[in-house]
Design a protein around this ligand. Structure first.
Ligand code: PLP
Length: 389
């Protein structure tokens, strides 16, 4: 046991923790290989930003690196430095680019900034004037209106004969708005704009497809793909033509089982009343643990349409949330289970093999990405390592 103070991870043994997250690294690696196969002749990179979508950049990054992944994408330079320690052979791209004051982290950890605006480009050129040659990636905005040089800026750059020798882009990137929707006309529009860029920068590798884009087919693959959510066992709503394995299982301990009478109210705001005598199980999982308030059974803004509340799995039963989810706890209706079937100390599955994460996310009106990255610090984590590494 470590000497970290609760609630930081490592403060409790996995078996003793009220919240447990199991991460199957073998499934993660298999999903990466699946996305690699679906990427055709392109290499599959690995997007491990936001602490590997909440599942831990060190363990996930190391497993993917051991399995042969060599192109990684993180959001921040410190995240890249953390990854570098476990992924010595990797090329690590930092999606938020380089900001004044952070250059040293890039140089010391061999991180590649993704230049995503004209200001960043100008700053980077000034840095290189002192430092000398150093790789970067260029992000071009082909319609998303988020990050990237405009198409016009990128084309000007491609023609600019006065660029310093030290400026050495190694990757052209863009990102699709509707990659999860094969029928969306925006995909072909963005593809056409990106083609103009790749032709202007001949000889530089290109990358357009994230998880959804990989499923759009070979036209979208270019040299390198950037799967993220699919590595962690979710499709992000894209029609992935191959099964993905479940990577993350989240479980919460039942703290108390109590009897309540018909007509009584449950939780904040008394926004849900029981229509029958009920047995209620109180679980250690609240919105502070990423168990979104959108799972509430009671009347909250997200649920004014009367849609059903979130549900957790226990021993073959789906247990609905009753009343509002609170910061640390949620209350489940277990009336339909035999008396004594669920007790304090038991664990319910919030998502995992019995409770597909896509369904769980949808029931809170959100997406798998949101659910995973919101998990918070109170989960103790168990990393399953298969025999393959
Ligand atoms: C998050 C992100 C990805 C990965 O997207 P998924 O849908 O999770 O596969 C790829 N590229 C960029 C630029 C991103 O921001």
């Amino acid at each position: 046991m470590s000497d970290l103070a609760y609630p930081l991870p490592g403060s409790l043994a996995f078996e003793d923790a009220p919240l447990r997250l199991t991460v199957d690294l073998e499934a993660l690696v298999e999903n990466w290989r699946t996305m690699g196969r679906l990427s055709g002749s392109a290499r599959a990179g690995a997007v491990v930003k936001t602490d590997a979508y909440g599942l831990g950049v060190e363990d996930c990054g190391e497993a993917l690196h051991d399995a042969g992944a060599r192109d990684f994408f993180v959001m921040t330079a410190p995240e890249g430095a953390t990854l570098r320690a476990v992924a010595p052979e990797a090329r690590i791209f930092v999606l938020s680019g380089v900001w004044p004051g952070t250059e040293q982290i890039f140089f010391e950890n061999d991180l590649v900034p993704v230049i995503a605006s004209y200001e960043q480009l100008t700053h980077w050129m000034a840095v290189l004037a002192d430092y000398g040659p150093y790789p970067c990636a260029l992000q071009v905005d082909t319609g998303f209106n988020r990050l990237g040089l405009t198409v016009e800026e990128a084309l000007e750059l491609a023609e600019d004969a006065s660029l310093p020798q030290a400026f050495s882009p190694v990757l052209l990137m863009s990102h699709l708005m509707c990659g999860d929707t094969p029928g969306a006309p925006e995909n072909a529009e963005q593809l056409a704009r990106f083609r103009v860029i790749t032709e202007a920068f001949e000889g530089i590798e290109a990358s357009l497809a994230a998880t959804g884009g990989i499923a759009l087919g070979a036209d979208y693959h270019f040299d390198l793909t950037r799967p993220g959510i699919s590595l962690y066992g979710a499709t992000g709503g894209a029609p992935i033509p191959a099964p993905l394995r479940t990577v993350a299982t989240a479980e919460a301990r039942i703290l108390q089982v109590r009897e309540a009478k018909a007509g009584e109210a449950v939780s904040y705001g008394a926004s849900q009343r029981l229509h029958r005598d009920s047995r209620l199980a109180v679980a250690f999982a609240g919105y502070g643990d990423g168990f979104s308030r959108g799972f509430s059974g009671g009347n909250i803004l997200q649920r004014q349409d009367g849609s059903p509340s979130g549900r957790a799995w226990f021993d073959g039963h789906l247990l609905p949330v009753v009343g509002r989810v609170t910061m640390d706890t949620s209350i489940f209706d277990v009336t339909d289970l035999p008396p004594g079937a669920i007790r304090a100390g038991d664990y319910i599955q919030l998502f995992g093999p019995e409770r597909p994460i896509a369904e769980v996310a949808a029931s809170a009106g959100t997406i798998e990405y949101d659910l995973l990255t919101a998990l918070g610090l109170r989960y103790e984590r168990l990393y399953l390592r298969g025999e393959s590494f």
